[in-house]
Ligand binder design. Structure first.
Ligand SMILES: C[S@@+](CC[C@H](N)C(=O)[O-])C[C@H]1O[C@@H](n2cnc3c(N)ncnc32)[C@H](O)[C@@H]1O
Length: 174
């Protein structure tokens, strides 16, 4: 028997009532951009984070990436996914149009995650390749870089974990 006043996990129907009844077409405020992906599982994880925080996913227009995103969409609902043929040119265009480019990377001069304010303007969040990180040409375009502090032995976090933490902070939900 449950103790009176003990925490109770909400049921699926409670959760369903609190969520949106249907997908949002395009949020166009926060865009998570794993533009140099290597592992398909990370794309599915990032897609779920996008749905949770109200962000769009931006991926390169490649056949395997399309399949990976479709397979990883365990929500079985349409999510906002932008597919770009040339990531660097797309980033340059976003910058020219006035969006803030925020790279998530272990870098000198980076902002620490705890000091990152919620996004006040349209923000593109650059996430690096699982082995090679964010390419230097893309890092050079970034307005800011954010780093998630670590005290363990690993050199870096999984890219989907790193992207999800930053997305929650930018969405003002942490
Ligand atoms: C596995 S890491 C890449 C590590 C790669 N060996 C390197 O040296 O750049 C993949 C991506 O996850 C993100 N990432 C992982 N850990 C991070 C951290 N602690 N702070 C900021 N970004 C991180 C970055 O976008 C990074 O490019």
């Amino acid at each position: 028997m449950t103790e009176p006043g003990a925490p109770r996990a909400r049921s699926r129907s409670d959760l369903r009532r609190q969520r949106r009844p249907r997908s949002h077409r395009c949020w166009d405020h926060l865009l998570l951009a794993p533009l140099w992906p290597k592992h398909d599982a990370n794309l599915g994880t990032l897609l779920r984070t996008c749905d949770a925080v109200g962000a769009c996913l931006v991926v390169p227009r490649e056949a395997w990436v399309r399949r990976a995103v479709e397979k990883g969409n365990t929500l079985r609902r349409r999510s906002c996914v932008h597919r770009v043929p040339d990531p660097l040119r797309w980033l340059e265009a976003q910058r020219r149009a006035g969006s803030r480019l925020l790279a998530v990377e272990l870098a000198d001069e980076a902002i620490r995650l705890g000091d990152l304010p919620a996004a006040r303007q349209r923000t593109v969040v650059l996430l690096g390749h699982e082995s090679d990180g964010v390419p230097p040409e893309a890092l050079a375009l970034a307005d800011d870089v954010v780093e998630i502090p670590m005290i363990g032995t690993g050199l870096s976090l999984n890219v989907a974990v790193a992207g999800s933490l930053v997305a929650y902070k930018l969405a003002g939900m942490l």
